[in-house]
Design a protein around this ligand. Structure first.
Ligand SMILES: [Zn+2]
Length: 85
């Protein structure tokens, strides 16, 4: 769910929240609400748009860029280098 939220908001997972701008925080808040709404509406987190692409060699469903995998805070995260910064 965290990966999906950051992907929707266009925020790179390694950025601490205290360096985000006001508009980025608003995008993140909206993305979190949308992610939770979709998971509740469509039957769980496994239906979120990024989930089937979260694997080595997977591609961003928005722009087709190859996803990157990183460790952030001890957990594996997948993110898009084309639209998450
Ligand atoms: Zn992308």
């Amino acid at each position: 769910m965290a990966d999906d939220t950051l992907w929707r908001a266009g925020v790179y997972p390694g950025r601490p929240v205290d360096v985000l701008t006001g508009p980025e925080r608003q995008r993140l808040y909206r993305a979190l609400r949308d992610t939770i709404d979709q998971a509740l509406r469509d039957g769980g987190v496994h239906v979120l748009p990024l989930v089937p692409h979260r694997r080595p060699g997977g591609h961003c469903p928005r722009d087709g860029a190859e996803l990157r995998r990183s460790k952030v805070g001890g957990r594996t995260t997948f993110w898009c280098p084309a639209h998450q910064s």
